[in-house]
Design a protein around this ligand. Structure first.
Ligand code: ACO
Length: 336
């Protein structure tokens, strides 16, 4: 069977920069509180003619350019997002905008901040099990559209972005996905969600529980609701276990990790996970100071920056881990 390897990456962010001081003008907060508790200083927010699709296409195009692969040679586009512009999915729109004349298969993966890791593993499974050759995995989210901008506990955290990686078939000896571990726990959904508004849910189910209102009204989603302390605890407990499990499946020791690349949610989570895994700070990738939590985009965005700045070099081993709403979490040990 064939193996798979990462051959290109790219990213794109909106032009509008929103600083902590900008946020202090709309909610009761300060640059000091935000940077001490989260490590975040700035984030980018969609504005004007930008859209999630334009960012995703730009990130995808850059990944293809780096890999020197023609859009026509892509046979699968995976769009990992929880904020698609079309309820039915946005991947086919990206396929079209990238100009893939071969009309590759394209579909969305919805798994919040774990979306990119799930996409990466899905790409590998399609290549190894079904003979796909070039899979473009895009992680992109615009959570700014679902944030309550009056809630200082959540609006300070998120930013919008897109990142992409091209995963390509190769000889099995060159295989670059060494091991992975994926999990979910619906019980934890109560700690982090953006569900259909409760009163509208009742309506859809029948207002007195037995009589169905017909025709049903179109429901709308509430803003992101989060118990920050519970999410923090979950991340610090689950992510090291997941990475250890992926390393074990790969048959690799922790010392083989050149780079720890976690979903960029909070610097304190990143530091705590690195400490538990005994990975020294100089081997931890972090760029959330500039972009905040960009959900499914954060891992490929940080990877792209680290590759283009020359930090991550060919042959390096990366332990990547995503975690977030669902709850979902997972990790993958990959070679760049
Ligand atoms: N500015 C000033 N004060 C604030 C702010 C703010 N932006 N936000 C909260 N506070 C106040 C609270 O009101 C509270 O005040 P009180 O003591 O008077 O009641 C106090 O600060 C402490 O609030 P906590 O929520 O307990 O603060 P905590 O130290 O837990 O930090 C934070 C909050 C930063 C959200 C932290 O819990 C965290 O990062 N959790 C993880 C969240 C995360 O990563 N979520 C994303 C998951 S990924 C995804 O899937 C979307």
């Amino acid at each position: 069977s064939q193996g798979c390897k990462l051959v290109g990456c790219g990213s794109a962010v909106p032009t509008l920069k929103v600083s902590n001081d900008d946020l202090a003008k709309i909610v009761d907060t300060s640059d000091e509180w935000i940077s001490v508790r989260t490590g975040i200083r700035n984030r980018r927010v969609l504005s004007g003619k930008e859209s999630l699709t334009t960012l995703a296409v730009e990130a995808g195009r850059k990944a293809l350019q780096m890999a020197q692969v023609d859009p026509d040679d892509v046979d699968l586009v995976l769009m990992c997002t929880s904020t698609p512009e079309d309820l039915f999915g946005s991947a086919p729109q990206i396929q079209k905008a990238l100009g893939c004349k071969s009309n590759p298969l394209a579909y969305d993966i919805t798994a919040a901040c774990s979306g990119f890791v799930l996409g990466l593993v899905s790409a590998a499974c399609h290549i190894r099990g079904a003979g796909f050759q070039n899979v473009l995995v895009i992680g992109a989210d615009a959570l700014s559209q679902y944030v309550d901008w009056t809630d200082r506990g959540t609006c300070i955290l998120f930013g919008d972005a897109a990142g992409a990686v091209l995963v390509q078939a190769c000889d099995s000896e060159e295989d670059g996905l060494f091991g992975f571990d994926l999990n979910s726990d619906g019980d934890g959904q109560r700690h982090l969600n953006a569900t259909i508004k409760e009163n509208e849910m009742d309506n859809a189910l029948g207002s007195n529980g037995s009589v169905l209102d017909f025709p049903p009204k179109r429901p709308s989603y509430s803003c992101i609701k989060m118990n920050g302390k519970e999410v923090f605890r979950f991340a610090v407990r689950s992510v090291p276990q997941s990475i250890e499990s992926a390393l074990e499946k790969a048959g690799l020791p922790g010392s083989s990790i050149d780079w720890l690349l976690l979903h960029q949610a909070n610097q304190r989570i990143i530091d705590a996970v690195a400490t538990r895994l005994e990975v020294p700070p100089e081997r931890v990738i972090s760029n959330l100071a500039n972009y905040g939590n960009t959900s499914a985009a954060s891992i490929p965005l940080a990877l792209d920056e680290a590759v283009r700045s020359g930090k991550v070099k060919a042959g390096h081993t990366i332990a990547a881990a995503g975690f977030g709403a669902g709850l979902t979490w997972g990790s993958a040990i990959v070679r760049w």
